[in-house]
Design a protein around this ligand. Structure first.
Ligand code: MG
Length: 157
């Protein structure tokens, strides 16, 4: 078994959709990024790559590359899953936390879990997605951006 951890942050910016776990969440701001800014999927990709000893998302999908400009992060996740499959790694489970003061995310969690489970080819009960605020503290508390943490367990098949 191999454990992996991922962390990512993106800052809010006006005039972009807010996409988390492949779900477009209604909000007055989105996340600034070279890709679609899906901070949750980026943390998940880093956890998967880290567990497999394959570096990080920036190494595989550099933000200097036009190929990845505005890309749907679910495409990146599916590419990461394919890299793991090539190396005979299975995914046991993934547990993710979104840190955001706003918007409220409870209504969107199930849809996020469904997207991530589909992309990882896992039953949905093996994917955990939680959301928390920081009680107004720090950069997330000041509505400056969103952070995400991911922990995964891989099975060396
Ligand atoms: Mg990122």
């Amino acid at each position: 078994m191999r454990v992996g951890h991922g962390f990512d942050v993106h800052r809010f910016t006006p005039d972009r959709p807010l996409i988390l776990g492949g779900v477009t969440v209604p909000h007055d701001q989105g996340l600034l990024a070279h890709s679609d800014g899906d901070v949750l999927i980026h943390a998940l990709c880093d956890a998967l790559l880290g567990a497999a000893g394959l570096g990080d998302i920036g190494r595989h999908f550099p933000d200097s590359s036009a190929e990845f400009a505005g890309i749907d992060s679910r495409v990146l996740l599916r590419r990461v899953v394919a890299l793991l499959e090539e190396r005979q790694f299975g995914i046991a489970n993934a547990d993710l936390t979104i840190v955001a003061q706003a918007p409220r995310l409870a209504a969107h969690i199930e849809a996020m879990k469904g997207n991530l489970a589909a992309d990882m080819e896992l039953p949905v009960e093996r994917v955990g997605v939680k959301a928390t605020t920081t009680e107004g503290l720090g950069f997330t508390g000041r509505h400056e951006g969103i952070a995400a943490y991911a922990v995964v367990l891989l099975l060396d098949e």
